[in-house]
Design a protein around this ligand. Structure first.
Ligand code: PGA
Length: 254
Protein backbone atom coordinates (compact mmCIF):
# COMPACT_ATOMS: atom_id res chain seq x y z
CA UNK A 1 0.00 0.00 0.00
CA UNK A 2 1.35 3.39 -0.99
CA UNK A 3 0.92 6.15 1.58
CA UNK A 4 -0.70 9.21 -0.03
CA UNK A 5 1.48 12.30 -0.38
CA UNK A 6 -0.19 15.69 -0.60
CA UNK A 7 2.38 18.31 -1.60
CA UNK A 8 1.74 22.02 -1.98
CA UNK A 9 3.52 23.87 -4.76
CA UNK A 10 3.38 27.53 -3.82
CA UNK A 11 5.14 28.59 -7.04
CA UNK A 12 6.29 32.24 -6.99
CA UNK A 13 3.61 33.45 -4.61
CA UNK A 14 3.51 35.06 -1.21
CA UNK A 15 5.38 37.42 1.03
CA UNK A 16 7.26 36.88 4.27
CA UNK A 17 4.07 37.71 6.17
CA UNK A 18 1.75 35.51 4.11
CA UNK A 19 4.24 32.62 4.07
CA UNK A 20 4.46 32.85 7.84
CA UNK A 21 0.67 32.77 8.23
CA UNK A 22 0.23 29.94 5.73
CA UNK A 23 2.91 27.77 7.30
CA UNK A 24 1.42 28.31 10.75
CA UNK A 25 -2.07 27.54 9.43
CA UNK A 26 -0.96 24.29 7.79
CA UNK A 27 0.92 23.16 10.89
CA UNK A 28 -2.02 24.02 13.15
CA UNK A 29 -4.43 21.97 11.05
CA UNK A 30 -2.13 19.07 10.28
CA UNK A 31 -2.72 17.27 13.57
CA UNK A 32 -5.74 15.44 12.17
CA UNK A 33 -3.76 13.98 9.28
CA UNK A 34 -1.88 10.85 10.24
CA UNK A 35 -2.18 8.45 7.34
CA UNK A 36 -1.05 10.73 4.54
CA UNK A 37 2.15 12.63 4.25
CA UNK A 38 1.98 16.42 3.84
CA UNK A 39 4.63 18.63 2.27
CA UNK A 40 4.91 22.26 1.23
CA UNK A 41 7.29 23.32 -1.55
CA UNK A 42 8.00 26.97 -0.87
CA UNK A 43 9.98 29.66 -2.73
CA UNK A 44 13.69 29.66 -1.80
CA UNK A 45 13.59 32.82 0.37
CA UNK A 46 11.00 31.20 2.66
CA UNK A 47 12.91 27.98 3.26
CA UNK A 48 14.43 29.25 6.48
CA UNK A 49 11.00 30.27 7.74
CA UNK A 50 9.67 26.87 6.75
CA UNK A 51 12.48 25.10 8.53
CA UNK A 52 11.75 27.07 11.70
CA UNK A 53 7.97 26.80 11.64
CA UNK A 54 7.62 23.16 10.58
CA UNK A 55 9.97 21.82 13.21
CA UNK A 56 8.21 19.28 15.43
CA UNK A 57 5.30 18.94 12.99
CA UNK A 58 4.63 16.18 10.49
CA UNK A 59 4.63 18.67 7.60
CA UNK A 60 7.65 18.27 5.36
CA UNK A 61 9.46 20.98 3.49
CA UNK A 62 10.42 21.04 -0.17
CA UNK A 63 12.00 23.24 -2.82
CA UNK A 64 10.61 23.87 -6.29
CA UNK A 65 13.83 23.58 -8.30
CA UNK A 66 17.56 22.98 -7.92
CA UNK A 67 20.70 23.41 -9.97
CA UNK A 68 22.05 20.78 -12.35
CA UNK A 69 25.45 21.29 -10.67
CA UNK A 70 26.37 20.45 -7.10
CA UNK A 71 28.07 23.74 -6.25
CA UNK A 72 30.49 26.48 -7.28
CA UNK A 73 30.43 29.37 -9.72
CA UNK A 74 26.81 29.24 -10.90
CA UNK A 75 25.44 32.68 -10.09
CA UNK A 76 21.81 32.71 -9.11
CA UNK A 77 21.50 28.96 -8.66
CA UNK A 78 20.61 26.89 -5.59
CA UNK A 79 22.09 23.45 -4.98
CA UNK A 80 20.47 20.31 -3.69
CA UNK A 81 22.73 20.30 -0.65
CA UNK A 82 21.55 23.83 0.22
CA UNK A 83 17.95 22.62 0.15
CA UNK A 84 18.87 19.67 2.34
CA UNK A 85 20.69 22.06 4.68
CA UNK A 86 17.40 23.88 5.25
CA UNK A 87 15.64 20.66 6.15
CA UNK A 88 14.02 19.94 2.80
CA UNK A 89 12.77 16.43 2.15
CA UNK A 90 11.45 17.04 -1.35
CA UNK A 91 12.26 19.04 -4.47
CA UNK A 92 10.06 19.44 -7.54
CA UNK A 93 11.89 18.68 -10.81
CA UNK A 94 10.81 19.30 -14.37
CA UNK A 95 7.57 21.13 -13.64
CA UNK A 96 5.85 22.09 -16.91
CA UNK A 97 6.38 25.79 -16.15
CA UNK A 98 10.12 25.14 -16.00
CA UNK A 99 10.00 23.07 -19.18
CA UNK A 100 8.03 25.79 -20.98
CA UNK A 101 9.59 29.02 -19.69
CA UNK A 102 13.13 27.92 -18.80
CA UNK A 103 13.83 25.35 -21.49
CA UNK A 104 14.22 22.36 -19.19
CA UNK A 105 14.42 19.10 -21.08
CA UNK A 106 14.95 15.47 -20.18
CA UNK A 107 18.75 15.90 -20.12
CA UNK A 108 18.72 18.76 -17.60
CA UNK A 109 15.90 17.21 -15.59
CA UNK A 110 17.87 13.95 -15.33
CA UNK A 111 20.84 15.90 -13.97
CA UNK A 112 18.63 17.64 -11.42
CA UNK A 113 17.16 14.32 -10.28
CA UNK A 114 20.67 12.96 -9.83
CA UNK A 115 21.82 16.03 -7.86
CA UNK A 116 18.70 15.83 -5.69
CA UNK A 117 19.19 12.17 -4.85
CA UNK A 118 22.92 12.73 -4.16
CA UNK A 119 21.87 15.44 -1.69
CA UNK A 120 19.52 13.12 0.16
CA UNK A 121 16.39 14.74 -1.27
CA UNK A 122 13.40 12.98 -2.82
CA UNK A 123 12.64 14.57 -6.18
CA UNK A 124 9.09 14.91 -7.47
CA UNK A 125 9.39 14.44 -11.23
CA UNK A 126 6.60 16.19 -13.14
CA UNK A 127 5.31 14.95 -16.49
CA UNK A 128 2.29 15.94 -18.54
CA UNK A 129 0.91 16.69 -21.97
CA UNK A 130 -0.41 19.95 -23.44
CA UNK A 131 -3.97 20.32 -24.69
CA UNK A 132 -2.76 20.24 -28.29
CA UNK A 133 -0.93 16.98 -27.62
CA UNK A 134 -3.98 15.44 -25.91
CA UNK A 135 -6.28 16.48 -28.73
CA UNK A 136 -3.84 15.03 -31.26
CA UNK A 137 -3.98 11.70 -29.43
CA UNK A 138 -0.35 12.01 -28.37
CA UNK A 139 -0.77 11.84 -24.59
CA UNK A 140 0.81 8.43 -24.08
CA UNK A 141 3.64 9.10 -26.53
CA UNK A 142 4.49 12.38 -24.78
CA UNK A 143 4.39 10.87 -21.30
CA UNK A 144 6.40 7.85 -22.46
CA UNK A 145 9.05 10.20 -23.87
CA UNK A 146 9.23 12.19 -20.63
CA UNK A 147 9.49 9.07 -18.46
CA UNK A 148 11.85 7.11 -20.71
CA UNK A 149 14.02 10.18 -21.34
CA UNK A 150 14.82 10.20 -17.65
CA UNK A 151 14.87 6.45 -17.00
CA UNK A 152 17.32 5.92 -19.88
CA UNK A 153 19.68 8.51 -18.39
CA UNK A 154 19.62 7.73 -14.68
CA UNK A 155 18.44 4.10 -14.59
CA UNK A 156 15.27 2.58 -13.22
CA UNK A 157 16.76 1.89 -9.79
CA UNK A 158 16.82 5.64 -9.07
CA UNK A 159 13.03 5.52 -9.14
CA UNK A 160 13.09 3.77 -5.78
CA UNK A 161 13.76 7.30 -4.46
CA UNK A 162 11.64 9.43 -6.81
CA UNK A 163 8.00 10.49 -6.75
CA UNK A 164 6.24 11.14 -10.05
CA UNK A 165 3.56 13.79 -10.60
CA UNK A 166 1.25 13.57 -13.59
CA UNK A 167 0.22 17.12 -14.34
CA UNK A 168 -1.71 17.63 -17.57
CA UNK A 169 -0.52 21.09 -18.67
CA UNK A 170 -4.05 22.05 -19.74
CA UNK A 171 -5.31 21.49 -16.18
CA UNK A 172 -2.66 23.53 -14.37
CA UNK A 173 -4.05 26.73 -12.93
CA UNK A 174 -6.93 26.68 -15.41
CA UNK A 175 -9.72 25.33 -13.25
CA UNK A 176 -10.01 22.45 -15.72
CA UNK A 177 -9.32 19.12 -14.07
CA UNK A 178 -8.73 15.77 -15.68
CA UNK A 179 -11.67 13.53 -14.87
CA UNK A 180 -10.80 10.76 -12.42
CA UNK A 181 -11.00 8.31 -15.34
CA UNK A 182 -8.69 10.40 -17.56
CA UNK A 183 -6.18 10.80 -14.75
CA UNK A 184 -6.35 7.14 -13.71
CA UNK A 185 -5.71 6.03 -17.30
CA UNK A 186 -2.51 8.08 -17.54
CA UNK A 187 -1.36 7.08 -14.04
CA UNK A 188 -1.83 3.41 -14.95
CA UNK A 189 0.09 4.02 -18.17
CA UNK A 190 3.01 5.60 -16.26
CA UNK A 191 3.07 2.72 -13.81
CA UNK A 192 3.07 0.18 -16.65
CA UNK A 193 5.92 2.05 -18.34
CA UNK A 194 7.97 1.79 -15.12
CA UNK A 195 6.91 -1.86 -14.73
CA UNK A 196 8.47 -2.68 -18.09
CA UNK A 197 11.81 -1.96 -16.41
CA UNK A 198 11.06 -3.01 -12.83
CA UNK A 199 7.86 -4.52 -11.50
CA UNK A 200 8.85 -3.98 -7.88
CA UNK A 201 9.63 -0.28 -8.34
CA UNK A 202 6.41 0.22 -10.33
CA UNK A 203 4.45 -1.20 -7.40
CA UNK A 204 6.07 1.16 -4.91
CA UNK A 205 6.50 4.42 -6.85
CA UNK A 206 4.02 7.10 -5.87
CA UNK A 207 2.30 8.89 -8.74
CA UNK A 208 0.65 12.15 -7.69
CA UNK A 209 -1.96 14.00 -9.72
CA UNK A 210 -1.62 17.75 -10.24
CA UNK A 211 -3.80 20.22 -12.09
CA UNK A 212 -6.54 22.22 -10.39
CA UNK A 213 -6.98 19.72 -7.58
CA UNK A 214 -9.34 21.34 -5.07
CA UNK A 215 -11.29 20.31 -1.97
CA UNK A 216 -14.30 19.62 -4.21
CA UNK A 217 -12.63 17.17 -6.58
CA UNK A 218 -9.77 15.73 -4.49
CA UNK A 219 -11.64 12.78 -2.99
CA UNK A 220 -12.70 11.20 -6.28
CA UNK A 221 -9.27 11.73 -7.84
CA UNK A 222 -7.45 10.33 -4.82
CA UNK A 223 -9.78 7.32 -4.73
CA UNK A 224 -8.37 6.06 -8.06
CA UNK A 225 -6.17 2.97 -7.81
CA UNK A 226 -3.06 4.53 -9.30
CA UNK A 227 -3.39 8.05 -7.88
CA UNK A 228 -1.21 8.21 -4.79
CA UNK A 229 -1.54 11.83 -3.83
CA UNK A 230 -1.63 15.33 -5.21
CA UNK A 231 0.65 18.17 -6.21
CA UNK A 232 -1.41 21.21 -5.38
CA UNK A 233 -0.77 24.67 -6.77
CA UNK A 234 -3.47 27.32 -6.30
CA UNK A 235 -5.36 25.51 -3.53
CA UNK A 236 -2.16 25.13 -1.47
CA UNK A 237 -2.07 28.91 -0.95
CA UNK A 238 -5.05 28.68 1.36
CA UNK A 239 -4.47 26.64 4.52
CA UNK A 240 -8.11 25.52 4.83
CA UNK A 241 -8.32 24.36 1.21
CA UNK A 242 -4.97 22.61 1.38
CA UNK A 243 -5.90 20.86 4.62
CA UNK A 244 -9.26 19.82 3.19
CA UNK A 245 -7.37 18.07 0.37
CA UNK A 246 -5.06 16.44 2.92
CA UNK A 247 -8.14 15.16 4.75
CA UNK A 248 -9.53 13.78 1.49
CA UNK A 249 -6.22 11.89 1.12
CA UNK A 250 -6.69 10.63 4.63
CA UNK A 251 -10.02 9.01 3.73
CA UNK A 252 -8.44 7.04 0.90
CA UNK A 253 -5.41 5.92 2.91
CA UNK A 254 -5.47 2.43 4.35
P1 PGA B 1 -2.72 24.05 -9.81
O1 PGA B 1 -1.15 23.78 -10.02
O2 PGA B 1 -3.18 23.18 -8.69
O3 PGA B 1 -2.85 25.51 -9.51
O4 PGA B 1 -3.39 23.68 -11.11
C1 PGA B 1 -0.60 22.50 -9.90
C2 PGA B 1 0.88 22.56 -10.21
O5 PGA B 1 1.27 23.25 -11.15
O6 PGA B 1 1.70 21.91 -9.53
Amino acid sequence: MRQPLIAGNWKMNGSKASADALLRGVVAGSGGVSKSEIAVCVPFPYLYLGEQLLVGSAVRLGGQNLCTESGGAFTGEVSGSMLADFGCTYVICGHSERREYYGEDEASIALKLTRAIESGLTPILCVGETLRQREAGETEAVIAGQVDGVVDRIGIDAFAGIEIAYEPVWAIGTGLTATPEQAQAVHAFIRSRIAEKSASIAKKVRILYGGSMKPGNAAELLAQTDIDGGLIGGASLNADDFLAICLAGEQTAA
